[in-house]
Design a protein around this ligand. Structure first.
Ligand code: FAD
Length: 643
């Protein structure tokens, strides 16, 4: 074919493509998003549209505005060539069949676990192969030089630069698709527990080489349990998976590469390396960071409460305050200020920390600091008019009474001032305006002196997440519409909207169709959902994931299995309820069974709370250690050692 014929054919094809309805690319919130949706694509040679084109464009625009939801759904159905109703697929499944689906999935998980079982020798082989693979997928690595810990500078960009060929992207050694998973928290732990690592090459990258059981962080901060008992090495979760200790700095969806930074510190000196990895699928489960809402002094003076190191710092700071207050030569006022503990935020984290702190003071105080207890004051500061917003009103009232009215046993022992028999108080509708190194100013202008202030008042996006939102047009659009609120927006199959081969879940993401709270429960159910979806043979590029291979699992073969039909069902959250410890052997439990809510409080709530946290530990090792810690604490008291 000559050059002119080719050119003519190309022009015809480009022209024709303007009239071919574009293939749907994503379904979200019942809306269809198309590439070039409704825009007339003109020939690249013609810069100005003709009258005919303008007329056609108007017609298309009109058609688009008229397109009803039902028509959109029908279009997807036609495009998918399936009889299955999309509406039915997206509808919330009734409780009993949904539970049945979940039960069947457990058999699938056993099957995947069995398939992944390997002897020590096999695992050794696998890891040496994965090590080779790691280098294969490495696009570039740079040693950025050495820096002093804490100086916040990167120096020496070229000291040991080793750039590999970018053509290595996408090459595989094993022929399997490569999944790069970001994060080692709740979502990632669950994803790793269920993903079939015989089907994919999986690499986890996270700055933290362990999983943290966050619901017991408050207990760990006050020595009820030890830090090591509520953490689990991420490498233990799935021995077939490779782990790299690094932080993701950015993602380039076009080249399907991600840039990472590894910081290894010894003493006060750190070596910083930057490397780029390619991926076939990137799974983002990086969580969120503490939001300070730009309030002056919060970042500088408040203790945050998300990570183990935060809890360790809080433990140390509380101990410091008691030891400082114990020194001779201090005035009454100085002692009182040092032993005033302010907790900002009356959500579950703030309330549980308050309960644990009160337990610590009541149980260990009479032994170690009886003469100081009359100065202790624990204040919860909350901007709204409620405590524990996720709980039902009667349980909120119970929590408030527990924190404001409960007479401390220390009062009966004569260790508190008679006019203040309750160790804790709650200041509602009190926003924080400013924090200095010794005082916090509230919205009514009052100033509270404090010894330790802990900030447990909300989540905000990590810089990586904020950059990803800004870097993708569709995400930016959803942000402007107020959908994302600092989270990456996904469709109901957890695919990031506007980008291919990218998935996100947990605290860093939100489904446009059904926004869910930022909890461990949601993150871990989503991690399991995505892993199970990837284990099956679905085309994830289709607007609704469609079966393209044989049915392998029971959940596909049995008629009541989640994926027994040709289109994958979307994620549906199973709300198991919420728990909160209030201190003094009292807890709240709000358990959801379909539309019914079971509520327990006081000692019965506490038994439930302990039972659930014990069984929810992610390994037998954690379960044993936590049980031993509880026993040790009840026999010998909390550990107040500080390093
Ligand atoms: C003190 C406390 C108590 C809580 N109690 C409860 C509770 O009782 N019940 C409940 O349901 N929820 C609770 N939560 C909330 C729950 O912990 C979160 O919702 C959950 O951790 C979210 O899981 P995730 O996987 O999205 O993120 P996370 O568990 O936060 O994990 C994020 C991971 O990503 C890593 N990471 C961060 N940045 C990067 C990066 N740039 N590159 C690579 N990796 C990165 C982090 O190191 C971490 O490993 C609590 C939270 C806290 C802080």
């Amino acid at each position: 074919m000559g050059v002119w014929q080719s050119f003519f054919l190309l022009a015809l094809l480009v022209g024709a493509s303007a009239f071919v309805p574009p293939r749907p690319t994503a379904l979200s919130g019942g809306r269809l998003f198309r590439q070039n949706a409704g825009r007339l694509v003109s020939s690249p040679l013609e810069s100005k549209p003709t009258d005919l084109e303008e007329e056609l464009q108007q017609e298309i625009d009109l058609k688009n505005t008229k397109l009803s939801k039902a028509e959109e759904l029908k279009e997807i159905k036609d495009a998918e060539g399936s009889d299955q109703s999309i509406e039915e697929l997206l509808r919330v499944r009734p409780f009993v069949p949904f539970l049945l689906e979940k039960a069947v999935e457990n058999f699938d998980d056993l099957f995947v676990k069995k398939r992944q079982k390997a002897s020590v020798d096999e695992l050794r082989d696998l890891h040496s192969r994965l090590h080779g693979l790691k280098d294969k997928h490495l696009v570039s690595v740079k040693t950025l030089g050495e820096a002093k810990a804490g100086d916040g500078k990167r120096i020496g960009l070229t000291s040991n630069e080793q750039i590999r060929s970018a053509q290595m992207k996408g090459e595989t050694v094993t022929g399997k698709k490569r999944i790069v998973l970001l994060g080692s928290g709740w979502g990632s732990h669950s994803f790793l527990s269920y993903i079939d690592a015989t089907k994919y090459d999986v690499t986890v990258v996270s700055p933290r080489n362990f999983f943290l059981f966050t619901p017991m962080l408050a207990g760990a901060a006050l020595g009820t349990v030890e830090f090591g008992s509520i953490t689990e090495p991420i490498r233990n979760v799935n021995p077939r998976v490779d782990y790299l200790e690094a932080t993701c700095l950015g993602v380039d969806p076009e080249t399907q590469t991600a840039t990472f930074e590894s910081v290894v510190c010894e003493g006060t000196s750190c070596v910083i390396e930057e490397f780029v990895l390619s991926y076939d699928m990137l799974v983002v489960a990086v969580g969120a960071q503490t939001a300070t809402y730009g309030i002056p002094g919060v970042a500088e003076h408040c203790y945050f409460f998300k990570q183990v190191e935060h809890a360790a710092a809080v433990r140390k700071a509380i101990g410091n305050c008691f030891e400082k207050a114990n020194l001779p030569g201090l005035s009454e006022e100085q002692r009182r200020n040092l032993l005033t503990f302010v907790i900002v935020g009356a959500g579950p984290t703030g309330v549980e920390l308050t309960g644990e702190l009160r337990d610590f003071v009541e149980k260990e105080g009479p032994r170690y600091y009886p003469h100081l207890l009359k100065y202790v004051d624990i204040k919860v500061v909350e901007a709204t008019d409620k405590v524990l917003p996720p709980f039902e009103a009667s349980l909120q009232r119970r929590a408030l009474a527990e924190l404001t009215e409960r007479r401390s046993p220390l009062a009966d022992m004569g260790l508190l001032e008679s006019e203040r028999p309750c160790l804790t108080s709650v200041l509602l509708q009190s926003g924080v305006k400013r924090v200095t190194d010794s005082t916090v100013t509230l919205s009514d202008g009052s100033e509270l002196p404090y010894g330790v202030i802990v900030w447990a008042a909300g989540n905000g996006p990590l810089p990586l997440v904020a950059d990803m939102i800004e870097g993708v047009d569709r995400q930016k659009e959803l942000k402007e519409k107020g959908v994302s609120r600092g989270r990456i927006v996904t469709d109901p199959w957890l695919r990031v909207q506007g980008v291919k081969n990218l998935f996100a879940f947990g605290d860093c993401a939100v489904m446009e169709t059904a926004p869910l709270p930022q909890t461990a429960q949601v993150a871990s159910q989503q991690g399991a959902f995505l892993a199970r979806l990837l284990n099956k043979n679905f085309d994830l590029d289709a607007s609704v994931p469609k079966r393209i291979g044989p049915k392998v699992f029971l959940s596909e073969k049995l008629p009541f299995g989640v994926d027994s039909r040709d289109l994958a069902k979307p994620f549906q959250f199973l709300n198991l309820g919420i728990l909160a410890y209030l201190g003094g052997g009292s807890a709240l439990a709000q358990i959801q069974v379909d539309q019914r809510q079971l509520r327990q409080e006081g000692a019965a709530g506490w038994v439930l709370w302990r039972g659930v946290y014990f069984t929810k530990q992610v390994s037998l090792r954690n379960r044993l250690l936590v049980a031993l810690d509880w026993l040790k604490t009840s026999l010998f008291g909390r550990d107040i050692t500080r390093f």
